[in-house]
Design a protein around this ligand. Structure first.
Ligand SMILES: Cc1ncc(COP(=O)(O)O)c(C=O)c1O
Length: 428
């Protein structure tokens, strides 16, 4: 018997939160760091939202409330989904959660038994894989392909779906790739699942970037496909849309009231309820028309940054970057840089030496941070499976343009710094 349960050996993490320590180390050595690793809008929540929360606290709305969420907020959420997805929504099927992460864990805990298969995007938000592994689900990573603008092949999906498929997770727009699924992609997913999966399958549709879609494209949801409203869990949060990351406000729409009861029960077991003043501010975020203008302007800013950053990245020798269609990340392929700096050989030598298994993209990400002062995340932060030979970085667009340009300049300097990389490897 040890101190920690066996479970702790399989629990995953989100490297975005772990990188802070490395950044501090670099900064404490006197080097400034351009932080292009952050997954949160660089805007503050709107004043009308802040004021709504303050007024609620002052009015004493600070007690335990219905674990399912306050009915006025659930009505606003239901109205929003009805309006945007064209499906009818009973507020009793909506459960409010503290942030967007709980519905991911709840879905896997509620639907997946050991041995059940779960299909999920790869690369994808790392918390999917963490929960699948924790419950003993069978992970079935679905590759998002650069050559398909980070969508997937229907034939790949079809080959993964079996009568043991219990849950499929989709995330559009996607973190980390910025890929956006089309109506046709979703139609294919719905068709393949209904034909081949276990009849009790569910889809978890992570729509947290629904408002950050570029080039006039619209966000599409699988819930709108025929036969899917009764099988889809939509999860969402106010973190990205309303720049409310620290407020921790999320929600899920469940296919049935019974499934919403299960999520209610998870809330009861974990944190009883989401703070009521936060819920009422979240209602203001959805209801106050001023926020639509704020969201539009945020989207425009992200698109302008995307245009500038992707163009600048593509001028770096050895790097190529697909134009992301949504979310606020660029996901360049850095294979050419890795080769030029001799990173695959260095990585292979390390693996032989000490089994640390540092992938080439991880080594470049560390080199760029420690030697050139630019923080990014590499491919291995977005799923631990099938990472070999896939050399990517995630660059967040959630910084002002001057910082982004400086960050790209530092990446370019790192990409050319063969001697610096050799010295870095000597010390590792
Ligand atoms: C795809 C995706 N899903 C869920 C979340 C979690 O959102 P929240 O911060 O509201 O918990 C994130 C946050 O980065 C995300 O990128």
């Amino acid at each position: 018997m040890g101190v920690f349960s066996q479970r702790m050996n399989v629990l995953g993490t989100e490297n975005a939160f772990k990188l802070g320590r490395d950044i501090q180390k670099v900064e404490s050595g006197g080097q400034d760091v351009v932080k292009l690793n952050l997954g949160e809008p660089d805007f503050d929540s709107a004043e009308n939202i802040n004021q709504a929360a303050i007024a609620e606290i002052q009015a004493g709305n600070s007690h335990y409330v219905d674990p399912r969420g306050l009915l006025p907020l659930r009505r606003s959420i239901a109205g929003h989904i009805e309006h945007t997805r064209g499906v009818s929504v009973d507020p009793e099927r909506v459960v409010v959660t503290s942030g967007g992460k709980p519905p991911i864990g709840y879905s896997i805990l509620t639907y997946v038994d050991p041995g059940d298969e779960v299909i999920y995007p790869n690369p994808g938000f790392p918390i999917y894989e963490s929960w699948i592994d924790l419950v003993g689900g069978v992970p079935r990573p679905l590759e998002l392909k650069e050559e398909k603008d980070f969508r997937f092949d229907a034939s790949d999906l079809e080959s993964l779906v079996t009568d043991r498929t219990k849950l499929i997770i989709i995330n559009s727009p996607s973190n980390p790739t910025g890929g956006v699924l089309t109506r046709e992609d979703l139609r294919q997913v719905a068709e393949i699942l209904q034909r081949k999966a276990h009849p009790d399958f569910r889809v978890l549709s992570d729509e947290v970037y629904e408002e950050i879609v570029f080039d006039g494209l619209s966000h599409e949801s699988i819930v709108s496909e025929p036969g899917m409203a009764g099988r889809t869990v939509i999860m969402n949060s106010h973190s990205k849309t309303f720049a409310m990351t620290g407020w921790r406000l999320g929600y899920a729409l469940l296919p049935t009231v019974e499934e919403a009861d299960a999520f209610f029960q998870w809330n009861v077991n974990l944190y009883s309820c989401t703070p009521p003043f936060i819920q009422m501010a979240a209602k203001a975020a959805l209801d106050n028309p001023e926020n639509q203008g704020i969201v539009r302007s945020m989207r425009k800013t992200f698109q302008e940054r995307r245009d500038a950053v992707v163009a600048a990245l593509n001028r770096i020798e050895g790097l190529r970057c697909v134009q992301p269609k949504g979310a606020f990340y660029a996901f360049p392929n850095i294979e050419g840089i890795c080769r030029r700096l001799g990173i695959p050989d260095a990585s292979a030598r390390l693996q032989a030496d000490d089994q640390r298994g540092l992938q080439p993209s991880t080594l470049f990400q560390m080199f760029a941070l420690y030697k050139h002062g630019v923080a990014t995340l590499d491919r291995t932060a977005f799923g631990t499976r099938d990472t070999e030979g896939r050399h990517y970085l995630r660059i967040s667009l959630a910084s002002d343009l001057a910082s982004l340009q400086e960050g790209v300049r530092r990446l370019e300097a790192a990409a050319k710094d063969e001697q610096g990389f050799a010295e870095f490897m000597d010390k590792i």
